[in-house]
Design a protein around this ligand. Structure first.
Ligand code: AAL
Length: 411
């Protein structure tokens, strides 16, 4: 054996497209093949950048400071018209905040999605929208859902339309405890008939979704209605919260919805969008949890795996999802949708407005400009409110450094 053959062979410059079996691999290189893809970001169908646009009609309007529009549903195209449903709050008073519930009343909201109704808007191009008004109003005083309806999403099943939404009764609940109800109509323009009962109820005390069923997101899958949702427990206050999503499945839109025994099916994610992809379900998980800002895929709709990390994710996104109800096992993916912008810091005491995102998570449309990695954000991004170090933290940190920062060299 000559000296050269004893030297370890360096990893090749051309990344092998199949996992090399004739050489040792580091754990990270193993993951390139076992978890990710050697095609890298541009060749990963689950990788995308998001580009944002302001929208007309339901977007930012300084003259409407008392209006909040948020939590857009998935977008439907019906004939040549796009439709979206969302939470709208018009109140003279700004929300008092969750720690001041006593200061709220029938006109003074607690949080941004309190004292709200489900509204809808239409558009011919997905950029300029015309607000059509209230689709589903709150129930009359004293009835289930008389306080606020929020965070809707839409299902079409056998030619009929179904809106699922969070349904608050009497007063906004501490910890945002709420169940999901539903309204149905023959046409996307209504009139809507409210069911005025819980359709997906909260779990029993001690269960992961005992306090709230949030962000209902219905799809048709395997011949049934699959309704994904964010659950939260009462234990939230004592630090027991897992920001996770579950799914409840029904034979028809009215239910009964049976929760999967695998719930929660994600370990992360706050407001979340789902879409049919090939024979499975894909999702974007944002804001919370160890797998935030990942796009995940479950070939069976239940067992999700991270497929790509993304940056600057849309908040509370609702995708334009043409085959959300096709149930043909051939989901084609998505290219755009609507999301919302929260006030700086994400507070729940100021209004939101709706924006549009474009992306490439589609099997049909190839947009290399959306597959770039190595994104560099502007100085304003680093010094925005949630990212810059506040002055008063700086003083504390400098004081702490005196104790923590042992000399690298010297004593
Ligand atoms: C959002 C969503 C739900 C919550 C509130 C409005 O983050 O998760 O909709 O109830 O905030």
């Amino acid at each position: 054996m000559n000296e050269d053959s004893k030297k370890p062979r360096a990893f090749p410059g051309m990344l092998p497209q199949t996992k090399p079996t004739d050489r040792p691999l580091s754990a990270a290189t193993e993951r390139v093949y076992d978890m990710w893809t050697p095609k890298q970001d541009p060749g990963n169908p689950f990788y995308t950048n998001f580009r944002y646009s302001r929208v007309g009609g339901i977007g930012k309007d300084e003259s409407e400071l008392s209006v909040s529009r948020r939590d857009p549903s998935k977008v439907l195209k019906i004939g040549d018209t796009y439709y979206v449903w969302y939470t709208r709050r018009i109140t003279e008073h700004v929300p008092v905040g969750r720690f001041h519930i006593d200061a709220a009343n029938d006109e003074i909201p607690v949080v941004d999605w309190d004292l709200a109704d489900i509204c809808y808007a239409t558009s011919k191009d997905g950029f300029d929208w015309v607000e059509q008004g209230v689709a589903v109003p709150r129930a009359p005083k004293g009835a289930y859902g008389d306080r606020s309806l929020s965070t809707p999403d839409i299902l079409v099943w056998k030619g009929r339309y179904y809106l699922y939404y969070q349904c608050f009764t009497t007063m906004w609940r501490e910890n945002d405890c709420v169940g999901v109800s539903m309204a149905h109509a023959d046409s996307p323009d209504g009139p809507w008939t409210r069911m005025d009962v819980p359709i997906v109820p909260q779990g029993a005390p001690g269960e992961w979704d005992s306090c709230a069923i949030h962000d209902p997101f219905p799809l048709v899958y395997k011949g049934k209605v699959w309704l994904y949702y964010k659950g939260s427990p009462f234990e939230k206050v004592s630090g027991g919260l897992l920001r996770a999503q579950g799914v409840a499945i029904a034979d028809q839109p009215e239910g009964p919805f049976i929760k999967s025994e695998l719930n929660p099916v994600t370990n992360s994610g706050h407001e979340t969008m789902y879409w049919n992809y090939e024979g499975g379900i894909a999702t974007l998980l944002i804001l919370d949890g160890p797998e935030k800002d990942t796009i995940q895929f479950a070939p069976d709709g239940l067992n999700f795996q991270p497929m790509a990390h993304v940056q600057l994710s849309p908040v509370a996104p609702g995708p334009f999802c043409p085959d959300a109800f096709a149930d043909d096992g051939d989901g084609r993916g998505i290219t755009w949708g609507l999301s919302h912008i929260t006030p700086p810091g994400g507070g729940s005491r100021m209004g939101c407005h709706i924006i549009r995102f474009d992306c490439d998570l589609s099997r049909d449309c190839h947009r290399p400009e959306f597959k770039r990695s190595n994104l560099h954000f502007s100085e304003e991004s680093f010094f925005q409110r949630v990212a810059r170090l506040p002055e008063d933290w700086r003083e504390r940190i400098v004081a702490e450094q005196a104790d923590f920062d042992k000399p690298t060299i010297g004593t």
